[in-house]
Design a protein around this ligand. Structure first.
Ligand code: UDP
Ligand code: MG
Length: 136
């Protein structure tokens, strides 16, 4: 049965800084994702704190929010059959050292914090994250 989904993807500051945004967008397009909307923005730290609120009790929360707001990011709505899971597979593991060959994080990730991309982890969170960045 068909299950066309949308998910939120972010190209994080480490990748935008290395001018990898077009290359990463091409990977999505070559893997049958449609880019429905996209924008390049820089977050205030307070916005990053809202976005990553689920992680507020984690030891890495402050550094994570400082990092996500440290430079421009590219935020995209991606659409595909089973987009959430498909994007998580294409991204690879959170730690680039553990990411499989051929994944975005394996290819471009620098470290567990500078891991180049974000992707929603469930259809429910995809809706919340899309609404966070694209309320209209
Ligand atoms: N992160 C980190 N240190 C850790 C775990 C996570 O800096 O020990 C960062 C990393 O950039 C990750 C983000 O926090 O992408 C959110 O963590 P999550 O567990 O949700 O990983 P993801 O869903 O991005 O794979
Ligand atoms: Mg996550």
């Amino acid at each position: 049965m068909s299950n066309l989904e949308k998910t939120l993807s972010i190209i994080k500051p480490d990748a935008v800084e290395r001018n990898l945004d077009q290359e990463i967008k091409n990977i999505f397009l070559n893997n049958d994702f449609k880019i429905i909307k996209e924008k390049k923005i820089q977050l205030e730290k307070s916005d990053a704190e809202k976005f990553y609120k689920v992680h507020e009790t984690k030891p890495f929360y402050n550094d994570l929010c400082a990092y996500l707001s440290s430079g421009p990011i590219v935020v995209m709505i991606l659409e595909k059959e089973n987009a959430v899971l498909s994007n998580r597979e294409l991204m690879g593991a959170t730690n680039p050292k553990e990411a499989k060959e051929g994944t975005i994080r394996k290819k471009y990730g620098v470290s567990i914090d500078k891991n180049s991309v974000h992707g929603s982890d469930s259809p429910e969170n995809a809706k919340i994250e899309i609404e966070f960045f694209f309320k209209d």
